[in-house]
Design a protein around this ligand. Sequence first.
Ligand code: DGL
Length: 274
Amino acid sequence: MNTSGPIGVFDSGYGGLTVLKELRKQFPNHDFIYFGDNARAPYGNRSFDVVYQFTLEAVAFLFKKGCPLVILACNTASAKALRTIQQKDLPGLAPENRVLGVIRPSAEILGEVSKSGHVGILGTNGTIGSNSYPIELQKFAPHLQVHQQACPMWVPLIENQQYLHPAGKQFIADDVKKIMHQSNQIDTILLACTHYPVLKTQIESLAGKQVNVIAQGPIVASKLFSYLGAHPEMEDRLTKNGKLSFYSSESPAVFNERASYFFESKVEALHHSF
Ligand code: DGL
């Protein structure tokens, strides 16, 4: 059934809000439903099977809410679950609907941004361990030298607002140092986790002026614009009343307070658990 509805945006927690903020700028009239699985975040250190299962549940929930299109605004979920959902689950679940991730749009632009040909990728254990970025970059920019660094402590530090404490700052500094030590030619760092934009200023000052630190929100928004231009049948199914709804598997009171920091405006969520 080709029903109409909002764009669904999913993340393990608050990180996807940094993408939603940019999507709203690009598509101010479109309706959106955000789901953060905060009660089960972080996903970054979880196994393939668990991330896949949790992501599938979230996608099924957003489909049930009427979303014809769901964006996995989470690199870990995009790395570990997107392909299986697209190929195995979508045909049975809702063949007319679409699920898109954040890795491919980011990989598509990295080759254009780096001048030295050396790029750094910072992400969770799950994203880095999956090798998804080197694999995708091989298709879009095979000339790039890819340097990766897993930062397993960053999402817990961000979700718990500990990243400005001295111990938190030390973890962040150590990981930035590790990636910069991989090559002195790195001129571009992709924040390949949607939580990391809240650390952008911190990372920029640690990496130095010669390094361009890139967040994914604006990239995902502009690539979605191109996608919808090429797929008018999907664009026609997206409702446009400028409406925004939020769901979290955490208590709404906790979610609302922290989410407004990531989204930079007031958030009022409803609870949904599995
Ligand atoms: N925002 C998610 C990402 O982009 C965080 C994953 C996690 O929950 O660890 O990877």
